[in-house]
Design a protein around this ligand. Sequence first.
Ligand code: ZN
Length: 449
Amino acid sequence: MISAMDHFIGGMAYRLWDLRQGGIRLIELDILEKEQWLSGEQFEAIQFEKLKALLLHAEMHSPWYRQLFKTTGIQVASIDSLEGLLQLPVTTKSDIRENTEKFIADNYNKDHLKKAKTGGSTGFSLNLFFDEICQQKRNAAQGFTDGWAGWKPGSRVAALWGNPPVAKSLKAKIRSFLLERMIFLDTMELNERSMFAFVKEWRRFTPDILFGHAHSLYIFAKFLKKSGIEDLRPKGIVATSMMLLEHERKTISNVFGVAVSNRYGCEEVGLIACECEQHKGMHINRSHVILECLDENDRPVPMGKPGKLVVTDLNNFAMPLIRYRVEDVGVLSERICCCGRGLPMLEKLEGRIADFLKKIDGTEVSGVSLVERTLTKIPGIEQMQLVQNTLHEITVNRVKGREYNQHTDQQLLAELQMVFSKMVNIKINDVEKVQQEQSGKYRFSICKV
Ligand SMILES: [Zn+2]
């Protein structure tokens, strides 16, 4: 059993480590604590000040934005409200991919910056750069919202990740033992043997919080249910990195006896939004990002309507990202959460732009929602993935479920043809499992049109 002393040591280790890092993370945590309660109106001036500082910096030091502002005739000095942001063009993934060096501020030494690489699943792999301060602030936002799910400094964590990090040096091992206090289940290796071994480790370690990619959490939860294992009881669960489907959320929270906190973020800017204890939509991390929802002409869509998400990172001065299109679709709302926080809401995520399949008449269909609906409606399908190669051809990679019978595939075909019409050729592939991406994430809908 892990004692109260153990918790105390864990907490202390955090404080000491933070002091070594200059305490930026702790200072930022305090700021986030305070800012979360400010109303939209109260926060506006603070956010504008952060934005203005970023814009002035980008104009002076980022060759990309300097040029962009010049050619579009934008005078940053004359921007006097948050709405001023709307006149700036959107930054795309291809802008970054083709001009990475130009985005980096000339008063930062690239060799001293931290580097992150995004996955190449949408056909784009980007290199991003940021400094230690930005990293610490991002860590603070993460720790802060982990707190909403019940995490505290010193909490023990179980994580379901692809390619879990392995501490190599002695220093890294000590750090990992004292601070991270984590056990991992490698999601690239999810089978009965590895999951049973993880359950054994869990019982010894008794983690407080469980983190993982939404679908990996679901697979693990289903395994526990099937094996009759009912004693894994974390105080909170955080689902990250991909769409959390409603039926998956239900299974996970039933099996572990605790609600799932859904979280949305990306490598490029860190945490964007996270659910609070109410689990009704996600609170936007407005202290660190400005999130917009735009139509095809890059104009704001009305509140409550889905649109393409665009994010401005208020932390990254080494490589400014202003109105960066993350290639996800979501819905913003003006609803005030009953938790009392002033943080605005990302009501819903609808998936990546690349997840939207196309009907012959050009209508877009949310592939993730379609997969979810089909799985709930038709018994006998364990897992499925839709791959659209052309307007007239869709491949379904289907994993048989327990209730699979001779009618299952017919029903599946009928369901999809109802959506896409009979003119679309739908082919069902019987597969053992849906292949993961290198990062360990799953994609259930891939549109190549
Ligand atoms: Zn709330």
